[in-house]
Design a protein around this ligand. Structure first.
Ligand SMILES: [Zn+2]
Length: 307
């Protein structure tokens, strides 16, 4: 049975709230419940479209389980085309899980999403892409946790070329949906493909096939594709930040292999006279690279996955 519902978060200080539509398909009497969530960041369009396309074509009569799907979780950022953060309070929704019912707008949105669609689920797949100014090599991410083997299994079933197992203490971020889910023993992944504010067909299909692969691996849908090759598993992240504000010129692309001490780009002053070389501290793979030249002091330049 298909049930369309709306999750409401009131605005504050005169700002409008959000009414986020989500959909429930199938039945938990027949198998596990999977939460499929996209649009936690409002400009990551290929991941949203992968989920929209899945929902448009899924044959509900085949479902041996239940799906809770939110195609655009962060409507406030989507409608205002705001990358990374929510315009109401400047917070990054994917640093606020499991949220706070008494907090600011983004913390309340995180709480509503967590309690309404994540906590009632047996698995979470949170679909992302590089944001408006990020080029990205497709990867999945899961957190070290008591349920990490089941998280790893769905990461592999998603079928992207790289997978990162993030150790809490070594992670550059906290409050992600997948970390908060794993904390309450819900196996979870973040799946990343696409970027730069584009809708690209290859990335949309990667997400669509990833959703189908995960659901097939859990016995919720019949397998429609051969099992994917296992990803290259990386053990951690190093995020490189800019030593000053200026003009960022990367010299590597997402997916390149770089060696320790290799130059990955430069940051030059606004008049172009001072140039600082940015070097990889260790060998690894840039999984995302900031594509906008504009960078603030301590601004994010690239994320290096370390093997
Ligand atoms: Zn994202």
């Amino acid at each position: 049975m298909t049930i369309v519902q709306t999750l409401r978060v009131d605005g504050a200080d005169g700002l409008v709230g959000s009414e986020v539509p989500y959909i429930e398909l199938g039945s938990s009497d027949l198998g596990p419940t999977v939460c499929l969530m996209a649009g936690v960041h409002g400009c990551e369009y290929s991941s949203m479209l992968g989920l929209r396309r899945f929902l448009a074509h899924v044959d509900e009569s085949q479902l041996q389980g239940r799906i809770l799907a939110v195609p655009i979780a962060n409507l406030a950022s989507f409608e205002s085309r705001t990358p990374f953060v929510v315009p109401h309070d400047g917070l990054n929704l994917n640093r606020c899980f499991p949220g706070d019912p008494a907090g600011s707008f983004t913390e309340r949105l995180a709480h509503q999403l967590f309690d309404t669609v994540i906590r009632p689920s047996d698995y979470l797949v949170d679909l992302h892409a590089g944001d408006q100014v990020e080029a990205l090599e497709p990867f999945t991410l899961f957190d070290a946790s008591d349920v990490e083997e089941r998280s790893r299994a769905i990461a592999h079933a998603y079928g992207l070329p790289y997978s990162i197992r993030a150790e809490r203490s070594a992670s550059p971020v906290a409050g992600t949906s997948s970390a908060a889910a794993a904390e309450v023993t819900i196996p979870a992944i973040t799946a990343e493909a696409g970027g730069r504010g584009l809708v690209d067909e290859i990335s949309v299909e990667l997400h669509l096939n990833g959703i189908r692969g995960v659901l097939a691996s859990l016995g919720i849908l019949p397998a429609s594709l051969p099992a994917p090759l296992p990803p290259i598993e990386l053990s951690r992240w190093v995020w490189l930040r800019s030593p000053s504000s200026g003009w960022w010129s990367p010299t590597v692309a997402a997916g390149d292999r770089v060696s320790a001490d290799e130059i990955v780009g430069t940051v030059s002053s606004l008049l172009g006279r001072e140039v600082v070389e940015i070097r990889a501290p260790e060998s690894g793979v840039p999984l995302f690279v900031t594509t906008s030249p504009a960078v603030a002091a301590d601004g994010l330049l690239l994320g290096l996955g370390i093997g």
